[in-house]
Design a protein around this ligand. Structure first.
Ligand code: XMP
Ligand code: MG
Length: 179
């Protein structure tokens, strides 16, 4: 792997397809063990998590369902501030064992606003499986039960993650070269 250029920015190789797959197999093994007989419902958050969700779900070998949503954020009133809504959540999650699939947790803002909305619907349980977490960037702590990689606070792309819409199709993960 060598460095690549996307929209004039230089990115360096960070995680190989093999390393990503190794972690995914480990995460799936944990989920297979913890959720056997519970028929979990996976909810994958688009767009960034589509590749991760696909590879993870192939490695899940217990009875399970999956659906895909998009999160839209819009300006609410002065008191509500930024409001996050889920588009496409047509499943009833009441009494279900729900596992959210997310590509990356950065500040944690998105999930810390969205998870309480799901809890409101009283799922039997609610956990997160996240490929990448930037602990140094996290301002809103979220409890990640299944984590692939803790990474430095640098912009990443590839494997579903984009830079201005590009780079999602790259099978590896690259990191923005600084300076
Ligand atoms: P927060 O800050 O709410 O952000 O945890 C989560 C969302 O921000 C996007 N994000 C990234 N996307 N490379 C990307 O391609 C990155 O390094 C990156 N950091 C954050 C992502 O959409 C995630 O869902
Ligand atoms: Mg995302």
């Amino acid at each position: 792997m060598s460095q690549i250029k996307v929209k004039e920015k230089v990115f360096e190789p960070y995680l190989t397809a093999e390393e990503i797959n190794g972690q995914i197999q480990r995460l799936a093994a944990g989920i297979n063990h913890d959720y056997a007989g519970k028929k979990p419902l996976f909810i994958a958050i688009l767009n960034g998590s589509f590749m991760f969700a696909s590879d993870l779900f192939k490695a899940v070998n217990i009875e399970a369902e999956i659906c895909f949503i998009k999160l839209a954020s819009y300006k609410g009133t002065k008191s509500t501030g930024q409001v996050i809504t889920a588009i496409g959540l047509d499943m009833d999650i009441h009494t279900r064992h729900v596992i959210i699939i997310e590509d990356i947790v950065d500040t944690g803002k998105t999930l810390s606003e969205f998870l309480p909305q799901l809890r409101h619907q009283q799922p039997a349980s609610l956990e997160l499986v996240v490929l990448l977490h930037k602990p140094e960037a996290t301002e809103y702590p979220v409890d990640i039960k299944y984590l692939g990689f803790s990474i430095p606070n640098k912009f990443v792309l590839g494997y579903g993650l984009d830079f201005d819409g590009l780079g999602r199709n790259i099978p590896e993960i690259y990191q923005l070269k600084e300076g």
